[in-house]
Design a protein around this ligand. Structure first.
Ligand code: NAP
Length: 389
């Protein structure tokens, strides 16, 4: 039998409930997809609050080493302790492995509650640059010596007055970072026959960060002229022009567009902060954070994780929705070249939701539905994997 080794971090808070509900789904899908010829061997890693309690560090060396060796991992949400100067382990993992592409598919599964009248057909992907922008974590607190020195420096060099009671944050966006990210997304779009790529930016205000992001992204698009045409460019007349349409939208307009006509958009290419905001806003269109999967991908390593956090108030209650984690698993199997496994999982999730078997977060927006527990949802998805294979 072919053994697939997969490193996983269960996660904090509700992470344990989600992991317990999802593990069996992944194992069954791998077994069924390949007629019992493949199976998973899990490698358990720790990080976050659990690791802090046990080993006194948020991210043990062993965890980093194993992810580096295995090149792929799936993780549950990790708590970032509030105060005490702790940095987010999630952000750190993205930076240390240079996972510069964050992928957040927003796909509507029929039967999900949505605030939209016609959510059917929503199938877009938010790509978020994952290593730059204000997430770089370059910040100085109001009143510190560093903040004061910075304010003095700006006054000396440019004559611009910044009030001394200001906190300071730096927003770096580089040409190299934008180009490699855009190139990755364009290549993905070509391979997966996507229809359009929209660059989302606030370049009218932040000219040399988000404005430059727009410029560098569109310039990168021009290098792929065989596959890409720009919105203002006429389609080729002689043949059906199937090239990917590339355009851009200012971020505030994009938020309105995505609510009014989400079906008009396909791939959104965003700097880090815009992508973060848009991912949660778009998750709201298709049922909420409980159903929105995610992946963080670099040239060497990829880490798959749900969009949501550890939702501590639901920890241990067997209530939380595991769909986001389950679908993140599907993304991981697809990344590993195990398309059949990914398809089995997604299909079983769709059928379970269509049967109106949902957890509390979805049930509360649906009429007359009694929610099932997190573990029960997992069992129902597994049952459908077995039935479908
Ligand atoms: P959160 O854990 O995402 O939860 C916020 C709310 O979203 C929950 O109270 C719940 O809403 C809903 N929700 C989240 N996940 C859900 C799921 N699977 N099923 C159903 N509903 C779900 O955000 P937070 O409370 O702001 O953050 C908690 C901790 O997680 C913090 O330490 C934060 O730093 C961390 N975090 C980690 C990650 C990550 O690991 N990548 C990401 C974000 C946050 P209702 O109460 O309305 O039901």
């Amino acid at each position: 039998m072919d053994i697939i080794e997969i490193a996983y971090i269960e996660g904090d808070g509700s992470g344990e409930d989600i992991w317990r509900a999802s593990k069996g789904i992944f194992e069954e899908a791998v077994l069924r997809a390949y007629g019992g010829e493949k199976s998973i061997r899990w490698i358990n890693l720790i990080a976050g609050q659990k690791s802090l309690d046990k080993e006194g560090v948020l991210l043990p060396e062993e965890t980093l080493k194993t992810i580096k060796n295995k090149k792929c991992a799936i993780k549950g949400p990790l708590t970032t302790p509030v105060g005490g100067g702790f940095r987010s382990v999630n952000v750190y993992l993205r930076q240390v492995f240079d996972l510069y592409v964050c992928m957040r598919p927003i796909r509507y599964f029929s039967g999900l509650p949505s605030p939209l009248k016609r959510p059917n057909g929503i199938d877009l992907i938010i790509f978020r640059e994952n290593t730059e922008d204000i997430y770089k974590g370059i910040e100085w607190q109001e009143g510190t010596e560093e903040a004061r020195r910075f304010i003095d420096f700006i006054r000396e060099k440019s004559g611009i007055e910044i009030s001394y009671d200001s906190g300071i944050g730096i927003k770096p966006i580089s040409k190299r970072g934008t180009q490699r990210f855009t190139k990755w997304v364009i290549e993905y779009a070509i391979k997966n026959k996507r229809k359009s790529i929209t660059v989302v930016h606030k370049g009218n205000i932040m000219k040399y960060t988000e404005g430059s992001f727009r410029q560098w992204a569109l310039e990168t698009g021009k290098e792929f002229h065989e596959y890409i045409r720009f919105e203002d460019e006429k389609p080729q007349e002689a043949i059906e022009d199937t090239r990917i349409v590339m355009n851009d939208r200012i971020a505030d307009n994009m938020f309105m567009q995505i609510i009014l006509k989400p079906q008009d958009y396909d791939i959104l290419l965003c700097p880090n902060l815009n992508g973060d905001y848009l991912s949660d806003a778009c998750a709201g269109l298709i049922g909420g954070l409980g159903v929105a999967p995610g992946a963080n991908i670099g040239d060497d390593v990829a880490i798959f994780e749900p969009t949501h956090g550890s939702a501590p108030k639901y920890a241990g209650k067997d209530m939380i929705n595991p769909t986001s984690f389950i679908l993140s698993g599907a993304l991981m199997f697809r990344y590993l070249g195990l398309e059949k496994v990914a398809h089995l999982i997604e299909d079983a999730v769709q059928k379970t939701i269509q049967s109106k078997i949902v957890t509390y977060d979805l049930a509360r927006s649906m009429d007359g539905i009694t929610p099932v527990k997190c573990s029960k949802f997992g069992e129902e998805v597994t049952k459908r994997i077995v039935e479908n294979s």
